[in-house]
Design a protein around this ligand. Structure first.
Ligand code: ADP
Length: 574
């Protein structure tokens, strides 16, 4: 490893172009725009601040092919991951993008021009080859292969960048450092050796032990350098994680560690990703870099096997150790030894000594059920933070959606259920009847489209309330299967722990609904005073898969309410 205080040549384009950035901004106002995707935005930020040094732009075809084939830029410099700007064919044609064009690259969140790109070339992605070479298999179970297949546009546009300004962040500004800032920080603290720790997950005791052990081995300080750009879909959100990281920093001996956030878009490319991470941490001024078990692993492939071996990443990083300018600190899996209350890498545990581990799946189960998480695994402050973001089911919000004909009894059941929930307490309760979101409360003619729009308003509000932990009872007529599916999707994908959804079909027969209609609304519909009336001149599609089917013609109200309570209890919500 070549000598490195602190990190070698840095291509800080923001600093380089500072004098001309006002000029560039003016020029950008007159240029064709590319509004970046979230991933491109992360990549651009690291190109501009030097995190991806020696890159000075998005890769042209020569660099792309060489990186895909041999993990090197065309000039031979080690760089294992293609950093490419994909643009659609329509956009290329519409803007007449060609070699020599200058394009303004804009932030998708606030439309600010961040950089000007001078197009070097346009070329087509070699999707299958890129998947096989970079990610190890053309298997869409790999999140980056799925991204390549479904999201990456028809062309890659290569070219150098001139920086106008870095993207503006409003979250955790005090924890964000550019490579230059972090290098200066280390210098200021006289930290000559810094071991960087990459992570995309909440940290627990094993991770603290791992990093402190690395620091001890190398007589170094510790940089906790978590990724807050894009990680694996389904990961714990970065707000929760940063709260966890702040809590765990307090568990380090004073002055040993530093926390800085990295706006990287991970690719989950295992071994190649580890080499990339090492280069990035070198650029940020670290001298050492931890690679543990299954570094940046994407999980299982479509055959149910791990994409990469647990120590493949360490093997690939060692292959390049001569030229990396950062030293890897490899670790086997850290595991807990109850007999001595300590963590050890598994290869150093003497035979026959008992070990304990809690897997990610088991941890998620314990958070879900509220089961205890032992002190040997984590810290109170960390567990408390995770429990706030992932409350157990009896604290999570949920939506009970009633569907059924007019006067089927669904409003009566909904109101009775509201009373039951109010009696039970513990959650705020919201009742959203169909008529509450209509313009006036009188039954009148509605088109199917109007009914859909109404139902989707209810869906939006229900999802928001459930996300905030409420018990939501919603009762639009929702006569169409597609509408009910959209409501369900809105609730389930609302994010956070509120995605609990139950469909109750109030299947009271039309005859009964009509016979007991004291307001005479069916009579008005039969006469033609109201049109588009569900059950009369507009069809009701019965749900194919309701969670519960009830019928007011044959069941009592309390029986029905009790069956709903049992359904929720079975699902751990009450
Ligand atoms: P990723 O590697 O995708 O960032 P993590 O945040 O889980 O995922 O891991 C961060 C780093 O810590 C990686 O180098 C990983 O190999 C290492 N690591 C995590 N848990 C352990 C463990 N129990 N034993 C050894 N290494 C670990």
């Amino acid at each position: 490893m070549a000598n490195n205080p602190h990190g070698g040549v840095l291509k800080d384009l923001v600093a380089r172009d500072a004098r001309i950035s006002a000029q560039l901004r003016e020029e950008a106002a007159g240029l064709s725009d590319i509004v970046l995707t979230e991933r491109q935005l992360c990549d651009l930020e690291l190109i501009m601040n030097g995190g991806f040094s020696p890159l000075e732009g998005f890769m042209n075809e020569k660099d792309y092919k060489s990186v895909v084939d041999i993990l090197r830029l065309a000039d031979g410099t080690l760089f294992p991951i293609p950093i490419t700007l994909d643009v659609s064919k329509e956009k290329i044609e519409k803007l007449s993008i060609q070699s020599g064009s200058r394009l303004a690259l804009r932030d998708p969140r606030d439309d600010e021009a961040l950089a000007v790109l001078t197009v070097d070339d346009l070329y087509t992605p070699e999707r299958v080859k890129e998947a096989e070479q970079v990610f190890g298999a053309d298997d869409p179970a790999h999140p980056s292969v799925a991204y390549l297949r479904n999201r990456v546009q028809d062309f890659y546009v290569g070219g150098a960048i001139q920086a106008i300004q870095p993207p503006t962040h409003v979250d955790y500004v005090e924890l964000r450092y550019t490579p230059s800032e972090l290098r200066s920080h280390f210098k200021k603290l006289s930290w000559r050796k810094v071991v960087a720790f990459q992570t995309r997950n909440p940290m627990h005791r094993a991770h603290r032990e791992l990093t402190i052990r690395a620091a001890r081995q190398r007589q170094a300080n510790v940089l906790i350098h978590p990724v807050v750009g894009l990680t694996k879909p389904g990961d714990v959100d970065h707000y929760t994680r940063v709260r966890v990281y702040k809590a765990i920093m307090a568990k380090y001996p004073n002055g040993m560690g530093h926390l800085a956030l990295l706006p990287l878009a991970m690719r989950m490319a295992g071994p190649r990703e580890a080499v990339w991470h090492a280069i990035i941490r070198k650029n940020y001024g670290a001298t050492h870099f931890i690679v543990g078990r299954d570094h940046a692993g994407p999980g299982k492939n479509s055959q149910g096997k791990d994409f990469y071996g647990p120590y493949d990443a360490q093997d690939l990083v060692s292959q390049y150790h001569e030229e990396l300018q950062i030293e890897m600190v490899p670790f086997q899996q850290m595991t807990y030894l109850p007999s001595t209350d300590e963590y050890q890498p598994i290869d150093q545990v003497p035979q026959g000594v008992e070990t304990l581990d809690i897997s990610g799946t088991e941890l998620r189960r314990r958070l879900k059920t509220g089961a205890p998480i032992p002190d040997w695994f984590s810290y109170d402050a960390v567990v408390k933070t995770l429990r706030e973001s992932y409350p157990p089911r009896d604290k999570q919000g949920f939506v009970v959606l009633f569907t059924g004909l007019y006067n089927s009894g669904k409003d009566t059941i909904a109101k009775a259920l509201q009373v039951t929930f109010n009696e039970q307490g513990g959650r705020s309760v919201s009742l959203l009847l169909g008529e509450d979101v209509q313009e006036d409360k009188v039954e009148k003619s509605y088109t199917p489209q109007e009914r859909h729009v109404n139902a989707m308003r209810i869906a939006f509000v229900s999802a928001e309330l459930a996300r905030a932990g409420a018990a939501v009872i919603a009762a639009p007529i929702a006569p169409v299967e597609a509408t009910r599916q959209s409501i369900k999707d809105t609730v389930i994908h609302s994010g956070g722990p509120g995605g609990n959804f139950f469909l109750v079909h109030v299947a009271t027969p039309l005859e009964h609904c009509e016979k007991t209609d004291r307001k005479g609304v069916y009579a008005r519909a039969r006469k033609g005073d109201i049109t588009g009336f569900v059950g009369v001149d507009s069809t009701y599609e019965a749900p194919a898969k309701a969670d519960l089917v009830v019928d007011m013609a044959v069941q009592s109200l309390s029986e029905i309410v009790h069956s709903i309570v049992l359904l929720l209890e079975t699902n751990g919500l009450l």
